[in-house]
Design a protein around this ligand. Sequence first.
Ligand SMILES: Cc1ncc(COP(=O)(O)O)c(C=O)c1O
Length: 506
Amino acid sequence: MTKQKGGALMSTFRFAESSGMPIYRQLENGIRKMILDGNLSAGDRLPSSRQLATDLGISRQTVKNVFEQLTIEGFLNSRRGSGTFVGDVAVMKLPPEMPRDRRRLNGYRVQPSKHARAIAATKATTRLGSVAAFRPGVPALDMFPRKAWSAAHSRVMRSGNDILFSYGPPGGLPELKRAIRLHVRDHRGIRCDEDQIVVTAGAQQAFVLIALTLIKSGSVVWCEDPGHIAVRDAMRLLCADVKHVPVDRHGFDLEYARQRHPRARLIFVTPSHQHPLGITMSLNRRLELLDSAQQHGCWIVEDDYDSEFRYAERALPAMQALDGSGHVLYVGSFSKSLFPALRIGYLISPPGLVDAFAAAQTLLSQNVSPLQQQVLASFMLDGSFNAHIRNMCTLYQSRRDLLVQGLRQHAGSFLDIEPCLAGMHLIGWLRDGTANELVAAEAIRSAGIDCLPLSIYCVEQVLRPGILFGFACVPDSEINAATRVVGAAMADALHGGRHNVPPRQH
Ligand SMILES: Cc1ncc(COP(=O)(O)O)c(C=O)c1O
């Protein structure tokens, strides 16, 4: 015997005209939901397609198509000559809609582990992706040579090499490795073979591969404090015992680290341009660090993220170039020298580790896109990369000077400003007696300027309050106006609203 419940219920069905969803899809979803909610049960008879089409004011063909689809899915079955019936579907009581408290679902607590929750609070994601003035770490995207890049892209597409459309060889394309070898030889004094290079998805992936391959849970890892947030939090995610080591005027404070936290397995440093303070590690400190790594059998990870940009003297060669014993893992990135969205970096390692790094990369995320690798290789080998770096060095120096001038003019009563000698940001040090840097940074941010307070890079260290201003990504013509906004916002926040700051438009 068949029940007739379906007809009555279906007549209550209404289309949501403003939803933008096609009506066939709404009808399908509506019938599915009635079945899953238990409002239609196995054996209930649905109205005929003709009847339902008339009731709902839609075409009969639409209703027939919906019945057909739901029959294929098993929600309905049709018996020739006798009608359409609800199939024998196990009814699942779904909540009427996603609960307001998204941490609870059907009585279960929906939340990551305690460990993952602590990591999710990382400051590495603070407004990541912003390109507003004066976002630290973002290169001059307005001046990127898009024509030369697209010419390289066209050359690669014309080459018709099918291999580039597949997974690519583990560790990277030979041509890109050759271009990288020449680049680090000429710019960083590094002598290496191409088979010591692993092409990675940015420096960040290189750091993760190093940890996955060389440490175990609880291994001691030394990180600079202040330092690169994404490194220390990735190491915590991988269950390292991260120890925070201060930085003095020679760079990483090795003596402090040795006394307080012996037995490190990995040491993360930014010797050519300490991140974020900008100190260059002295030659003696480099040699001491190398000696210590050799004696204790630990690895130095040399993060050389922005060494291309120096405005006074030439850069010291990389630490890797001084290392006779194979304890340095050198990490480079194209995020600053080209653009972060490229997601290409590289790891130069002692030969015995390369296969392990390449295998870990394949298991973790497969290789970096071979197509992009080939475009980059072509861009480097035809001289466009070197030309771009030369142009950016000149440009960044002039943007830095405009920033220094503007900040001194408009925010000089709050900030001490010294031009930096390298890199893409400088630190404005808050003058004595001025309020908290977080208040100042927040006020500037609310006025539409994206600078970052120095304290977000610190874990244990309490430094003089300062604010990081990135100058590379701001067109020359906008720098002065943006510094005026900074000055007015600081006056507002620190001197109680003497200025009215119009928000910047992006
Ligand atoms: C200290 C430091 N190292 C490395 C990088 C580059 O990371 P990636 O190549 O993953 O973009 C950055 C980027 O902000 C950085 O600040």
